[in-house]
Design a protein around this ligand. Structure first.
Ligand code: CUA
Length: 345
């Protein structure tokens, strides 16, 4: 073999080695991908409230029991494979005893114990840990959440403000179909059933924003029926609630004034409320604080000027099937409407 041929074949080998998929690398990439789901993701295994902590505790209990059972079964299997010998003579009664104890008795004890723990957690989730600080009324609509606080004249949408460390009762109703209220980091799911008022509670142990999601398929935009629970210290919460009971911010600039006029005199006012104006529609969300919300369309798009403009002009392109028809807005009016709505904080 000459030198050139040797080089070529060694190069080909290197190239083949390079092309070959590397299981270790793929596994690492997979792990990184899964790790990407942690962090800020609303994982039930990253609880921030006493309700979710119970669920996470149960999850880990089941997980470690499964690990123990898996390891035991694999050990027995390995043992059987390594030590098998042709015809083993088995003493009468021996296998039966083993199968009865390890195959039936032990699982029975484990399952009954887990069932008991599950019942205990279920009771704890239904029970109140201390008196509730306040009640929030949440109504599910296709596809957004209306949020009201008894005593406050205003409403907000797709965000629930609560004080940190206090128990908040959540009263749940649906305006149309079945929905399910779920804040993975704070509380397991509660279904919203037509004609019924369901109750759950939230308690956040630390300040922060916790994403919630409708967890019951309710139509085309089920995925875009998200909300945010914002837990803040008492003083901040009280200030926020006081604003919910006051008229919306008045326009200050020329553009905001024109935007308010267009809003109140146009079709917007037929469906939306802005407190302190003639716009008192109740079909769609109250927009008195729309400028400060975390998203537009219950998680459909970010709340910025561009997306707001697109939503006003034709929300059907943003969130097809939602209840808001395309609006006959003059091009010249759109920037004013955007300026006005963005000023409502
Ligand atoms: Cu509401 Cu899914």
């Amino acid at each position: 073999m000459d030198a050139t041929a040797a080089t070529t074949s060694s190069e080909a080998r290197t190239a083949r080695r390079r092309r070959r998929p590397r299981p270790a690398l793929s596994a690492l990439a997979g792990l990184l991908l899964i790790a990407g789901c942690a962090g800020d993701a609303p994982s039930a295994l990253n609880p921030a409230g006493s309700g979710a902590s119970r669920v996470a505790g149960l999850w880990w209990l089941l997980f470690w029991i499964s690990v123990a059972v898996f390891v035991e079964v694999m050990a027995l299997l390995t043992w059987a494979l390594v030590f098998r010998r042709g015809n083993v003579r088995i003493r009468h009664g021996q296998p039966l005893r083993f199968v009865t104890v390890a195959g039936a008795g032990l699982p029975f004890v484990i399952l009954v114990a887990v069932y008991g723990v599950g019942l205990r957690d279920l009771a704890a989730l239904g029970d109140a840990p201390g008196p509730e600080a306040l009640t929030v009324e949440v109504t599910g609509h296709k596809w957004w959440w209306e949020v009201r606080y008894p005593g406050a004249s205003g409403a907000t949408a797709n965000e629930i403000h609560i004080p940190v460390g206090e128990r908040v009762k959540v009263r749940l109703r649906t305006d149309d179909v079945l929905h399910s209220f779920w804040v993975p980091q704070l509380m397991p799911k509660t279904d919203l059933i037509a004609g019924e008022t369901r109750e759950t509670w939230l308690r956040a142990e630390r300040a922060g924003s916790y994403r919630g999601q409708c967890a019951e398929y309710c139509g085309t935009q089920h995925a875009h029926m998200a909300f945010m629970v914002i837990a803040q210290p008492r003083a901040g919460f009280d200030a926020w609630l006081a604003r919910l009971n006051a008229p919306a911010r008045q326009p200050t600039t020329e553009a905001e004034h024109r935007g308010q006029q267009a809003f109140v005199q146009g079709t917007c006012a037929a469906c939306h409320t802005v407190r302190g104006t003639d716009a008192q529609g109740r079909v769609g969300p109250d927009l008195s604080n729309v400028g400060s919300r975390w998203s537009i369309g219950a998680g459909a798009v970010p709340n910025d000027a561009g997306h707001l403009g697109g939503w006003i002009a034709n929300s059907q392109t943003v969130k097809p099937g939602n209840a808001m028809p395309p609006q006959p807005v003059y091009a010249a009016q759109l920037p004013d409407l955007i300026a006005y709505l963005r000023s409502l904080e």
